[in-house]
Design a protein around this ligand. Sequence first.
Ligand code: K1U
Ligand code: ZN
Length: 184
Amino acid sequence: MALRPILLHPDPRLKAAAKPVTAVTDDLRRLASDMLETMYDAPGIGLAAPQVGVPLRVVVMDCAKGEDPPRPLVLLNPRVAWASEERKPCEEGCLSIPEHYAEVTRPAEVEVEWTDLDGQAHRERFDGLWAVCAQHEIDHLDGRLFIDHLGPIKRQMITRKMEKLKRDRAREGFGQRGWHEAPL
Ligand code: K1U
Ligand code: ZN
């Protein structure tokens, strides 16, 4: 298992539609395992393969709260098969847009279909944070970020701040995992 660097917005790889998974290979199992480790380490409640630079329709999620046991899910080729009429606002964040949060309104409940690493098909109804996270992650597979649900002024403001953050990090030698140690 290994941590993978998470791409930061703006990056053209976060805007591209990901390709369907066609076979479960050792590489794919390693990707899913690395994505779960990277998500827990961040920490986050979801991660999509394009966020680690892999243009495949793979999502990992675990929105278990507090005393609930962990529930790591690996979703291959997930799709929203049904969405409720009822819509709910929820504050969203994104590991590719650190330190920025905004309210996004989405369907309150969704049924998601996916295949797991054993090739088993699933269809499950999600609500609450699970529903928000599943929709956020499937958006990533279609090259959509939560800021694309905001008005143009808020979106531009966040994008400009992220451009500055990336410039500052590049200038100051801030690596993906933190400050580079000065050589002895
Ligand atoms: O896709 C991502 O960038 C992950 C993102 C998922 C998400 C968060 C909030 C609403 C919808 C989707 C995150 O995990 S951001 C980090 C976060 O929200 C969090 C971190 C630790 C504990 C609880 C939440
Ligand atoms: Zn995200």
